[in-house]
Design a protein around this ligand. Structure first.
Ligand code: SF4
Length: 223
């Protein structure tokens, strides 16, 4: 059983609620979506068996907050991921899953091994794709069994109605979960400020806790 892995490295988490935590990153190559703002331009990978990847992870010590399984979309390789999670779990690692939040059946098979789910909510007016609300709903129903926070990319094109629909979904399925509003790093942050303030205010009115957090690793120039 092999998986395409684009890179393995250690760094600090550059976005979301665990900003600044030291992590080991395992980036999976393939993705099932095509978001217009995608900045993950992967052009190479290595194929690994679970034991081979585990051997590489073991080169790092255990003084990390967690292992971040990211992508691409890690859940596309759920059988492989399950094997790795069992191995690294036995080794005392915590597991942080960064996911686009669309593959509920795959998450169901793995959730017992995951500690933290960093789940994207893909707003149609941001991604340029169709609606994913039903997929996100099914996914979040499983993810809420563990620690979960949500993240959504805000672009110039993002519509207020999409944000409101996302807030309804959070209130319905996982009330109390925190939403990160992340400005699109490909756009001028200054131009997005007004929209971000307005959206944060709407979150407050709808009683969903929201934080505006940009991708800090790009600002400070770390990997
Ligand atoms: S889900 Fe993530 S990796 Fe996949 S296309 Fe969208 S932004 Fe890129």
């Amino acid at each position: 059983m092999k998986a395409k892995i684009a890179e393995i490295f250690d760094s600090v988490q550059g976005e979301g609620l665990y900003l600044g935590e030291k992590q080991i990153f395992v980036r999976f190559f393939d993705c099932n979506l095509k978001c217009s703002f995608c900045d993950t331009k992967l052009d190479r990978f290595m194929e690994y068996e679970p034991q081979e990847l585990f051997k590489e992870i073991k080169l790092y010590n255990n003084r990390y907050h967690s292992i971040s399984f990211t992508g691409g979309e890690p859940l596309l390789c759920k059988d492989f991921l399950k094997e790795i999670l069992k191995l690294t779990g036995k080794h005392g690692h915590r597991h942080y899953l960064e996911t686009n939040g669309t593959l509920a059946a795959e998450l169901e098979e793995l959730i017992e091994h995951i500690d933290i789910v960093a789940m994207d909510l893909k707003l149609p007016s941001s991604t340029g794709m169709g609606e994913l609300w039903d997929k996100h709903r099914s996914f979040l129903k499983i993810a809420r069994r563990k620690e979960v926070f949500l993240k959504t990319i805000i672009c110039q094109s993002t519509e207020e109605n999409d944000l409101k629909q996302a807030l309804e979904l959070i209130k319905e399925v996982s009330p109390g979960s925190i939403l990160i509003l992340q400005p699109n790093s490909n756009e001028n942050h200054g131009a997005l400020n007004e929209k971000l303030s307005k959206f944060k205010k709407i979150c407050g009115q709808e009683r969903v806790t929201a934080c505006v957090i940009p991708q800090i690793h790009k600002i400070v120039g770390v990997r």
